[in-house]
Design a protein around this ligand. Structure first.
Ligand code: ADP
Ligand code: MG
Length: 246
């Protein structure tokens, strides 16, 4: 479904991504791991069009999407959440998701229609699927951090993606919120026919849900393999894991 081939991206003189490769098969949950600063977020920004690579190619369902703007890539079926929560804090939970659904349906410019009544069913269905329906009319900025991160997933789902990219979906969450978010991600993958690419620093989470793991180190792909192979790989242990997962 997704193939990233040798992408590179510099910030000034610094090469943040220097030859990253990644393959995501349809229906899989794929994790990208690597220490802080390894280039995970930059790689996601390259895939979703927030940044353009200087080298390399990105193929989605066989089509070259390298360097396309974010809205084009989103239209093709890739949606994402951000490492730092990205929601409309003053809108309600419902409105946050409704805006995404309407934008996806191409109705956001119909300002003279009573917007409140549009896409209600779809919005409620999405809120239900992430467990936020009972908070639909709360102001998004007043939600707990964990709920805000989950809301961001619902917003991404408003675009009806085939591939959902999550940048540290449990960052800053309590252990309870983390556990329920992991269950949610697994459930969404199964029930909504989603392919999921995520990065995460918590190895326990990664090894519990990922079918395939790509290890990034200093902007490069060290390897991509099954959890068992990654666990056993001496390069990974040396470069990053340091025996932590043995
Ligand atoms: P990760 O998500 O793996 O922690 P990032 O992709 O955020 O890593 O960052 C990779 C490297 O690129 C880091 O050294 C970071 O400081 C640098 N970097 C990321 N974004 C920018 C930017 N917009 N300008 C300059 N440097 C950046
Ligand atoms: Mg990051």
């Amino acid at each position: 479904m997704l193939k990233v081939e040798g992408v590179e991206k510099s910030f000034g003189d610094f090469k943040a991504v220097r030859g990253a490769n990644l393959t995501v098969e349809r229906g899989d949950i794929v994790a990208v791991i690597g220490p802080n600063g390894a280039g995970k977020t930059t790689l996601f920004n390259l895939i979703t069009g927030q940044l353009k690579p200087e080298r390399g190619r990105i193929l989605f369902k066989g089509e070259d999407i390298t360097g396309l703007p974010p809205y084009e890539i989103c239209k093709k079926g890739i949606a994402r959440s951000f490492q730092i929560v990205n929601i409309f804090h003053r809108l309600t939970v419902f409105e946050n998701v409704q805006v995404a659904v309407l934008a996806h349906q191409g109705k956001s410019s119909q300002l003279f229609r009573p917007a409140r009544k549009l896409a209600v069913e779809k919005t409620e269905e999405l809120l239900q699927s992430v467990g936020l329906l009972d908070k639909a009319y709360e102001v998004a900025g007043t939600l707990s951090h964990g709920d805000q991160k989950v809301l961001e997933i619902a917003i991404a789902l408003g675009n009806d993606p085939e591939l959902l990219i999550l940048d540290e979906p449990t960052a800053g969450m309590s252990p309870e919120e983390t556990a329920s978010t992991i269950e949610l991600i697994k459930h969404l993958a199964e029930t909504r026919n989603l392919t999921i690419l995520f990065c995460e620093h918590d190895m326990e989470i990664v090894f519990s849900i990922a079918k395939s793991i790509m290890v990034m180190h200093q902007g490069q792909t060290l390897l991509q393999a099954s959890p068992e192979e990654v666990r056993r790989d001496p390069r990974v242990q040396e470069a990053y894991l340091g025996g932590e997962v043995c």
